[in-house]
Design a protein around this ligand. Structure first.
Ligand code: PEP
Ligand code: MN
Length: 264
């Protein structure tokens, strides 16, 4: 079902009038984690003012160590839904387990599967019937074929609204956190009709690389970008402050991107 042989036309996902996979570029911006009502409200206002369409933020965080901040949980879903509604933004949040799919689907417009869960097949099956679009991140060691097979689980369950996300892979290079695989963008679009979103934040792990890799992703044909932005990155509650843009950088980037591709 994910294959372009089966479905030659691009899939365009329409969420409350925002079209993902069409001519326009979709920008998802926001913090790594939802921290407080004030934090997410301020960031939502900045995402909207800059021209973004979707507010990102994790309420449930997949942390490498068990003692790190794990996210604020269901309360974060509520905080983000309120901020999205107030500022006229769609929302996207990560769901980590099948048990939480229904509640995440109740509060968010798009459900995100993280890189560590790309082959959590029970989760993928559950997302097949959740009724909401899914952004499926590529596992950091997954091949294109494995990513497309993971998408197939969701599609086969009856959910046609899947976006593929390149978020960087593990290579021998240690200067960057991950290596953003730009080739994934055109290859996935050749093999599949599903929209392809690029994540230059996790794809590099370094703030100063987010701008050039965003532009490179758009030049390579990405249908959208998911970018971390924080009002106080140095004091953010996850380690991802180092890759989060400051609000003025985020706004300047969107202005530049508008010259490359129209924003919705
Ligand atoms: C995130 O989007 O904050 C995240 C944890 O992403 P990934 O699953 O790509 O690491
Ligand atoms: Mn993050």
């Amino acid at each position: 079902l994910a294959s372009r042989d089966f479905h030659p036309e691009n899939t365009v996902i329409d969420i409350k009038g925002v079209q993902i996979g069409g001519e326009e570029l979709v920008i998802m911006g926001g913090p790594c984690a939802v921290e407080s009502p004030k934090q997410i409200d301020e960031i939502a206002a900045l995402v909207k003012a800059a021209g973004g369409q979707v507010l990102r933020g994790g309420a449930f965080k997949p942390r490498t160590g068990p003692y790190s901040f794990q996210g604020v949980g269901v309360e974060g879903l509520i905080m983000m839904a309120e901020a999205g509604q107030k500022h006229g933004l769609l929302t996207i949040t990560e769901v980590m387990t099948p048990e939480y799919v229904d509640i995440c689907a109740e509060y968010a417009d798009i459900l995100q599967v993280g890189t560590r869960n790309m082959q959590n097949f029970d989760l993928l099956r559950k997302l097949g019937t959740c009724g909401k679009p899914v952004l499926l991140k590529r596992g950091f060691s997954a091949t294109y074929d494995e990513l497309l097979n993971a998408a197939e689980y969701i599609l086969a369950g009856g959910n046609p609204n899947v976006m593929l996300c390149e978020r960087g892979i593990r290579t021998f290079e240690s200067y960057t956190r991950n290596t953003l695989d730009l080739s994934a963008i055109p290859v996935l679009q050749q093999l599949s009709h599903l929209p392809v979103i690029s994540d230059p934040s996790h794809g590099t792990g370094r703030r100063e690389l987010v701008e050039p890799m965003s532009k490179a992703s758009v030049a390579a044909g990405a249908n959208g970008l998911i970018i971390e932005m924080h009002t106080d990155p140095d004091n953010s509650m996850t380690g991802d402050g180092v890759q989060s843009l400051f609000p003025d950088q985020f706004a300047a980037l969107l202005k530049d991107l508008e010259k490359l591709a129209p924003l919705v």
